[in-house]
Design a protein around this ligand. Structure first.
Ligand code: V47
Ligand code: SF4
Length: 391
């Protein structure tokens, strides 16, 4: 008797392009795709094709589950010694009157605003201030931890860490241990941008390079910490630079298994030195998410950061491989509002985020930083017609 094709097998076998068909077969058979496959998908595959495959992988891994967490952000400063061309947020130290620099008390007061709220994580990332050093941040972590020991402390990109460790004249391992002892539990994914020097030299030449970024994450993983990884896409990079970036992350993940999630970040072009570079289309964004889901086979989660992508596109991404929508944020981080994200309403509460996920016919699940389930919202009856997704 002839075996019936599943819908995904039919899509793959009906594809006229033989090369794309072979890649599709690898995916269906749970085989890893390689660098050339990744580039080919970017060059030749249609959105419906990569979308169907990515959705197949997403549903194999997570079914309809779509995670979010309740967190808030602290941005200690926007003063920065670096000068990344895509950054709309930083101010050089020479213009520090245009920026902000928070004291430990200021930041503790932000934490205290959440005293009665069931947030599980604080995300701490900012510019690289020449006077905020390793010991300042260790004291900050200790103060937050003493005030609220249940909060997971996720903070600092390798850009900040590399600078603070070099200034304090400690090795990466010593520095990470100091911060870990002070309460740091994970690293966020920022500062990765595009690893390849051909692009890095043009958009952020003076900050930590790919090797340094990867080494800091590797060291964190070795110390038992988890971390995220990002990729800033949709500017001057070529398709192969994206695949090269994902390949480097995939290799490190093979070694350490310390990454929680991969977060593609769409380049926004307002008020920065790359304003002349046009932004990518929604179709290109969704193709990117889908291909990321296919390439990053050893990453459990693909996250869309809704404050940057916009709510409607974040909702759409749930059909293209994404299974995580960052957090309910009361005070959207300034890095995106300053770079031109269309997010005018700087917050989305839990009801709105759950509704947004349900409208996409997915299953909203609140998680903690390490993806332990806190609450499944499937049966919480909120009004699904609520206009949660108005951009
Ligand atoms: O590294 C800066 C990006 C990143 C722009 O780990 C821009 O959970 C687009 O990494 N257009 C920092 N992107 C933010 C970040 C992050 C955000 C949310 C969650 C997590 C996590 C990490 O923001 C920077 C850079 O890649 N960025 N400027 C811009 N114009
Ligand atoms: Fe500084 Fe980060 Fe902005 Fe680069 S992206 S200028 S490191 S704040």
């Amino acid at each position: 008797m002839m075996q019936e094709h599943t819908p995904i097998q039919s899509i793959v076998s009906n594809t006229s392009n033989k090369e794309l068909q072979l890649i599709g077969e690898k995916i269906i058979n749970n085989q890893r795709i390689n660098f050339n496959d990744g580039v080919l998908l970017f060059e030749k595959a249609s959105l419906p094709y990569v979308g169907a495959l990515a959705n197949f992988v997403r549903e194999q891994k997570h079914g309809d589950k779509t995670y979010f967490n309740r967190n808030f952000h602290i941005e200690p400063t926007n003063i920065c010694v670096f000068n990344c061309k895509f950054c709309s947020y930083s101010r050089l130290y020479a213009h520090k009157e245009e920026g902000w620099e928070l004291s430990i008390d200021d930041m503790l007061n932000i934490v205290k605003k959440y005293d009665d709220q069931p947030v599980t994580e604080v995300h701490i990332v900012g510019g690289v201030h020449p006077k905020m050093n390793l010991h300042f941040f260790a004291d900050l972590l200790k103060a937050i931890h003493a005030h609220r020991p249940d909060l997971h402390l996720k903070g600092f990109t390798p850009v900040e860490l590399d600078y603070m460790f070099r200034k304090a004249k400690v090795s990466v391992e010593e520095g990470m241990k100091i911060l870990k002892d002070a309460g740091l539990q994970s690293l966020p994914g920022g500062g990765a941008e595009i690893f390849h020097p051909e692009i890095r030299q043009q958009i952020c030449e003076d900050k930590v390079d790919a090797e340094g970024w990867l080494n800091i994450h590797k060291t964190a993983h070795t110390l038992g910490m988890h971390s995220n990884a990002t990729m800033l896409f949709g500017h001057i990079e070529k398709y192969w630079h994206r695949v090269d970036h994902m390949e480097k992350l995939r290799q490190l993940q093979d070694e350490t298994n310390g990454f929680n999630t991969f977060i593609p970040l769409k380049f926004r072009n307002k008020d920065n030195d790359m304003s002349h570079v046009p932004e990518t289309s929604v179709v290109e964004d969704m193709r990117l998410y889908a291909i990321a889901r296919l390439y990053m086979d050893n990453f459990n989660h693909i996250k869309a950061y809704w404050p940057m992508l916009g709510r409607q596109n974040a909702q759409l991404s749930l059909s293209f491989g994404v299974n995580d929508l960052d957090g309910t944020i009361d005070d959207t981080t300034k890095i995106y509002s300053m770079a031109g994200s269309e997010e005018q309403t700087p917050s989305m509460n839990t009801e709105q985020l759950v509704t947004l996920i349900k409208q996409a016919k997915r299953q909203p699940v609140e998680r903690d930083t390490l993806y332990n389930v806190i609450k499944d919202y499937s049966n919480v009856a909120w009004n699904e017609t609520l206009s949660a997704v108005a951009n």
